[in-house]
Ligand binder design. Structure first.
Ligand code: HEM
Length: 538
């Protein structure tokens, strides 16, 4: 009896000592991560703190505060760190091609990976290569499809909608520009993907757009479980306990069906048409590139994507297109909302911007009498000239700095056996995050970081060329390296066209901006989910 007792006691002590070593002494004293300052006292022992920060949607503020207090590297959990500096940090992680982890699996559509959600480097490159040339700056600036589609969307949808909102009967109540800019961004990206007739018409079809945006936004809080607690979510589901309600799946399904419909229509059009040179507005540029890319990969003896291709080429196209339109409409919509909010607070700036826009040849002037059935639409200015307008560029850059649409942490996994980050040796398999929220608020690089000041981006504002270079180095709204945003050139072009068309013809004024502060999330729309502006003819 006493022999049994002492064996149990020894076993208990052994388990206790092992636990003490494994969960207290090792993470706090021996692990290479123990040298890194802790964002919270419990960070070495448990992920509970950072999980609760994320659950409460406070990560961007909390992590930034930790960096301000503790320096460029902080420990967020037993196996997670955050990097808040470029040299030796962001450059190494994102420029060095550290891979994504399972956190990104929620961005799969139809159960199929897309470029954004592909984890491994080689399959990611093969997937991205199929469409990336369609999003290069040169391809976009010289694309007959973009020119024709943008001309139609601006002159027959956006400008008439703004004009109607400026009419005496409607003017005082204003319009919700968050919805309008989501709509403009969606119509523009889907037109480029699918051709104009097969794309969305969210600017005019306000009822369906509201329905769709509600579908899209309402699912968001539930990504937390799959991203942060994947094991618990799967485990509980085995016992019929769902952390994510069934209606979320139903909404996902409806969005997937909607995108698949557009994809299939575009594929059918592309299969029928050998050239769109007579009708560029209908060219489904991105779908066509993807179909060609899949054909090329299928012809290879060994393709890294052969599994995906043999499963379903239809879904392979659809997952990519759905990802691009989801990523594209939301981020650009948010950026345009904040750009027009900042501009609406400064009529002098609007005046200076208009003067710059009127130098375009032809300027984007609109009059409803000009636009009659059957008559040609006004031409667009040269897109390269538009891109090089300094004030327009500065307004957008400063908005992307202060109100980055994806300010949240982009997690990566450190490679084996180890790597060096900002002087610390970090073992493989550690989750490492960086986010634009922290990087864009470095007061040494952006003095008074919470102030929106477009002159930071103008040459000759009194600061040295070196200071401007440093600001550009820390500018990270589209991430960097091999996993940098695929659509950054598209987004910039589309947003510049939208702002140019708007401020050539109207002035904007705030009617209601309650809740304009950003949601503290991976993507960050206004908390109030609206911004009401009033437009007046110039
Ligand atoms: C203002 C507009 C936009 C912003 C601020 C933005 C921002 C970003 C950021 C920060 C990332 C990296 C995220 C991460 O690694 O966690 C990203 C990736 C990506 N973005 Fe965008 N984006 C914008 C517009 C677009 C558009 C219009 C498209 C449409 C093609 C697009 C497609 C993508 C894709 C496919 C990726 C993944 C790239 C890869 O993994 O290689 N984005 N974007």
């Amino acid at each position: 009896m006493s022999g049994n007792l002492s064996i149990s006691a020894i076993a208990f002590v052994a388990v206790f000592l092992f636990g003490l070593y494994r969960f207290v002494i090792y993470p706090a004293v021996i692990s290479p991560l123990s040298k890194i300052p802790n964002a919270h006292w419990s960070a070495p022992y448990s992920a509970l703190w950072i999980l609760s920060v994320r659950y409460r949607w406070t990560e961007n503020h909390v992590v930034r505060a930790a960096h301000v207090k503790l320096g460029p590297v902080v420990r967020l959990g037993p196996n997670e760190i955050s990097i808040g500096t470029i040299d030796g940090g962001v450059k190494t992680v994102f420029g060095g091609g550290f891979e994504k982890g399972d956190w990104y699996a929620v961005f799969d559509n139809y159960g199929v990976q897309c470029t954004f959600s592909t984890l491994q480097g080689r399959s990611h490159s093969a997937s991205k290569r199929m469409v990336s040339h369609t999003y290069s700056k040169l391809a976009l600036q010289t694309s007959p499809a973009i020119a024709a589609q943008a001309q139609s969307i601006l002159f027959t949808r956006l400008l008439p909608a703004l004009k109607a909102s400026a009419s005496p009967s409607q003017k005082s109540q204003g319009i919700d520009v968050l919805q309008l800019w989501y709509a403009l961004s969606m119509d523009t990206i889907t037109a480029y993907q699918f051709g104009l007739s097969n794309s969305s018409d969210f600017i005019r079809d306000t009822a369906y757009r509201s329905h769709w945006l509600e579908l899209f936004q309402s699912r968001k809080p539930y990504t937390y479980y799959a991203q942060e607690l994947p094991c618990l979510t799967t485990f509980l589901s085995k016992f019929g306990i769902r952390l994510v309600p069934r209606w979320v799946d139903d909404k996902n399904q409806e969005i997937e069906d909607w995108a698949l419909g557009m994809c299939n229509a575009a594929t059918a059009s592309s299969n029928k048409c050998s050239s769109y040179s007579d009708n560029p507005i209908e060219e489904p540029v991105v779908v066509r590139a993807m179909l060609k890319g899949i054909q090329k990969e299928s012809n290879k003896e060994q393709s890294i994507l052969s599994r995906r291709i043999s499963d379903s080429t239809e879904l392979m196209v659809a997952t990519e297109m759905l990802d691009n339109l989801a990523a594209g409409h939301e981020t650009s919509g948010i950026t345009l909302t904040y750009a027009t909010w900042h501009l609406s607070q400064d009529l002098e700036l609007q005046k200076a911007l208009r003067a710059e826009l009127l130098t375009l040849d032809p300027p984007l002037k609109y009059s409803s009498e000009q636009i009659t059935e059957g008559s040609p639409l006004p031409g667009l200015p040269n897109l390269k000239t538009l891109d090089s307008l300094p004030l327009l560029h500065a307004v957008l850059s400063e908005t992307l700095r202060l109100n980055a649409a994806i300010p949240g942490s982009s997690p990566r996994v450190t490679p084996y056996p180890s790597c060096n980050l900002v002087g610390y040796e970090i073992p493989g398999g550690v989750r490492v995050c960086s986010g634009a929220w922290t990087l864009h608020r470095n007061a040494d690089v952006y003095p008074q970081p919470e102030v929106w000041d477009h002159t930071r981006w103008l040459e000759g504002d009194g600061s040295s060329g070196e200071a401007l270079k440093e600001r550009e180095k820390w500018f990270w709204p589209f991430s960097s390296g091999g996993r940098m945003c695929l659509g950054n050139n598209f987004a910039m072009l589309q947003m510049k066209l939208a702002l140019a068309a708007t401020y050539t013809n109207f002035t904007s004024h705030i009617v209601r901006d309650d809740g304009i502060e950003m949601v503290d999330g991976y993507t960050a729309s206004p908390k109030g989910n609206e911004l009401i502006l009033r437009f007046e003819d110039v």
